[in-house]
Design a protein around this ligand. Structure first.
Ligand SMILES: Cc1cc2nc3c(=O)[nH]c(=O)nc-3n(C[C@H](O)[C@H](O)[C@H](O)COP(=O)(O)OP(=O)(O)OC[C@H]3O[C@@H](n4cnc5c(N)ncnc54)[C@H](O)[C@@H]3O)c2cc1C
Length: 311
């Protein structure tokens, strides 16, 4: 058909003879509203460089349907929080793919550096036993590292992902806790915030808990930073919602001793020993998720430990 055609250089700017279009990712300002929720391309579209569109359309459509069924089955739960968990999930799922797509177009396209970027997304805390290439496979397969199965459940997805990543251990055990001290060793630590986070509802398919057709709902630390929210799935943690004021206070504190003192002031009716254990547990979870960075014990403590700057 183009045997007699000539290539023109008077159409594109600066005499260019070949045009290309790249990174046409887009996202809706709002993905949920009164009586509606967006899924698939209507919510967010990531440049198809990673061929993620159909997976994400199916996953988010599935999650929207299950969120609706959960809302109907659990009128005790605040519907707005349930749908906010849905939009957190959307942002997390798309955010990492968007990061990878942007990296591809903006940087050195050598495959190993792309894999390394996936390692930062899937494994920012460095606690998964993963090669960069395995991290890339996991990221592009939509596995981070809790299987996000559609209906069929973990018995289908786990062997599949295990096969493609070459992970020797059970995938549920791939997350290692080492690197974050045990709760009782955290009381002298200082920390800095890496990403803003809050205590809010989180949802996951709960088939293994017999929740066919709806989601398991619990309170966990969640963030709106896309690259970090992606890693929410790494460590589902169930946190008592009454501890929300302590989580909010973490933003104002930079040392665990001060936070413990603040927690006692915020929740005076609580048993002190139990509260201390719960607060140290939250600090550990925040560190494991990568929302805070532990900076080590304060070198010279001029204030009594129990009266840190935030108390
Ligand atoms: C060039 C290109 C290459 C791609 N390559 C891949 C790939 O390799 N792998 C991959 O997984 N994904 C790929 N994608 C992305 C993928 O096609 C989409 O992400 C996916 O189809 C989104 O599904 P969806 O159901 O959200 O939206 P859609 O598939 O767009 O479905 C929306 C439907 O709604 C209909 N509609 C719109 N308005 C109305 C209305 N008012 N009333 C009734 N119906 C309406 C539309 O006609 C359409 O049928 C690619 C996309 C493009 C453009």
């Amino acid at each position: 058909m183009i045997e007699n055609a000539t290539l023109r250089d008077d159409i594109l700017p600066k005499g260019a003879r070949v045009g290309a279009c790249q990174d046409w990712s887009s996202w809706a300002k709002e993905t949920i509203g009164d009586g509606w929720a967006a899924a698939g391309d209507a919510a967010m579209f990531v440049d198809p460089i990673l061929s993620t569109g159909v997976t994400l359309a199916l996953q988010t459509g599935h999650r929207a349907a299950y969120t609706w069924l959960t809302q109907r089955a659990r009128p005790d739960l605040p519907a707005a929080s349930l749908w906010r968990a849905y939009s957190d999930y959307l942002r997390g799922e798309y955010g990492a793919f968007l990061t990878l797509a942007r990296y591809f177009y903006g940087n050195n396209k050598a495959a190993p550096s792309w894999w390394w970027t996936a390692q930062q997304l899937v494994n920012a805390s460095g606690r998964l036993r993963l090669e960069d290439r395995q991290a890339f496979t996991m990221a592009t397969a939509g596995f981070f590292p809790v299987p996000r199965a559609l209906g069929a459940g973990a018995e289908v997805v786990v062997p599949l992902i295990q096969g493609i990543t070459g992970a020797a251990d059970g995938l549920e055990a791939i997350y290692r806790d080492t690197g974050v001290p045990a709760p009782e060793d955290l009381s002298h630590e200082t920390y800095s915030l890496v990403a803003p986070f809050r205590l809010d509802l989180r949802t996951e398919p709960g088939l293994e808990r017999g929740l066919s057709g709806r989601l398991e709902v619990y309170h966990d630390l969640v963030t709106e930073t896309p690259q970090m929210s992606h890693r929410l799935a790494a460590t589902p943690a169930r946190i008592d919602p009454a501890l929300a004021p302590v989580v909010a206070a973490m933003r104002e504190c930079s040392d665990v001793a001060g936070l413990l003192a603040r927690a006692r002031a915020l929740l005076p009716a609580r048993d002190p020993a139990a509260l201390r254990g719960a607060v140290l547990g939250i600090v550990r979870i925040a560190a494991m998720k990568g929302f805070i960075r532990l900076e080590g014990p304060r070198e010279s403590v001029s204030l009594p430990l129990e009266a840190g700057a935030c108390a």
